[in-house]
Design a protein around this ligand. Structure first.
Ligand SMILES: [Zn+2]
Length: 321
């Protein structure tokens, strides 16, 4: 393997120190690049431990991991690679931080010492004097839907053998710090905050799942990169945060055929101080008429709960007991 690592160093030397070739970083994780595509789009596959396809495009700050969007801290860029032998090629490069904080946690073994969760804390968003988003035309309050979803997810997870607790079990107000503090107090192994989305553009649809932004990186919606990049206590769980968010987002996209808005990063107050891995799910848009009508149907709420439970199960079952 000496020759191979020597080559890696040589290729890396033609990049800024903060970047790494996407192809080299995925090769380290067992991926091959079956057929170079047009300039600026690259696809990689591996057969084991399960077949997996990763795709990236120039100037996009997202990867597709088995068709599910996963945010990068910075967009992939096209650079000129000059191998020792052969012609120069245009290849994609990513930030080393994205290798450490996205590729490695998602595509390699779970971090040493990680254990399958036993106690899961579900956090139905809003409540009491905070209704969350209100779809007045359909008389739907986000706080009622998140509580309904939490109950349905809890039933499924308990049936699968988990111990499930909730931050609230009625129409009561809890502030955000109280919610994350409960994760510590109750010694939860996983924190799952449940929300429904809203946007000024009522055409917005789909599911997105957030986890805490890694230290040094900008959050997904931090336009202009003016926000915080500071480390938070919850960054101790960066790898598991991302694995949980990906597993749930994938289940929502495949199980519900929801429009995929991706795994995203945010320093949401409810995530920053967690003492266990945590995610925040926006399963559908309450501000979109079609999605809100479906949310008013119990059968659809059951399907959402099933997808979320399936995602949590997939996350858990990939971790050692
Ligand atoms: Zn909300």
């Amino acid at each position: 393997m000496r020759a191979a690592s020597g080559l890696l160093l040589l290729l890396a030397a033609s990049l800024p120190g903060s970047e790494i070739w996407l192809g080299d970083s995925l090769a380290r994780l067992g991926f091959a690049n079956p057929a170079p595509e047009r300039d600026g789009a690259e696809r990689f596959t591996r057969a084991r431990p399960e077949p997996l396809l990763v795709a990236a495009e120039r100037d996009r700050d997202q990867l597709l991991v088995d068709g599910v969007k996963v945010s990068l801290g910075d967009a992939a860029v096209l650079r000129t690679q000059r191998p020792k032998a052969g012609p120069a090629m245009q290849r994609l490069a990513i930030r080393r931080a994205d290798y450490d904080k996205v590729l490695l946690p998602l595509l390699w073994d779970p971090p040493p010492g990680s254990r399958r969760p036993i106690r899961i804390l579900l956090d139905p968003g809003h409540g009491g004097r905070d209704p969350g988003f209100q779809n007045k035309a359909l008389r739907l309050d986000e706080k009622d839907l998140t509580l309904d979803t939490a109950r349905r997810v809890a039933t499924r997870l308990r049936a699968a053998g988990f111990e499930v607790l909730t931050t609230r079990d009625g129409d009561v107000f809890l502030d955000l710090k109280e919610r994350s503090a409960l994760a510590a107090k109750l010694r939860a192994d996983l924190f799952v905050s449940l929300h429904y989305n809203a946007a000024a553009a009522t055409s917005a649809v789909g599911a997105e799942t957030f986890c805490l932004t890694p230290a040094g990186q900008h959050s997904t919606h931090d336009t202009g990169n003016r926000g915080s990049t500071q480390a938070e206590p919850g960054n101790r769980f960066d790898a598991l945060n991302l694995r949980a968010a990906y597993a749930v987002q994938r289940a929502l996209v495949t199980g519900l055929r929801a429009t995929d808005r991706g795994v995203k990063r945010s320093r949401f107050t409810v995530l920053t101080d967690l003492t266990c891995p945590g995610i925040l799910i926006e399963a559908a848009f309450l501000s979109n008429r079609g999605e809100a009508i479906r949310l008013s149907q119990e059968s659809h709420r059951e399907r959402i709960a099933q997808a979320i439970a399936d995602g949590i199960l997939a996350y858990a079952s990939a971790l050692p007991r």
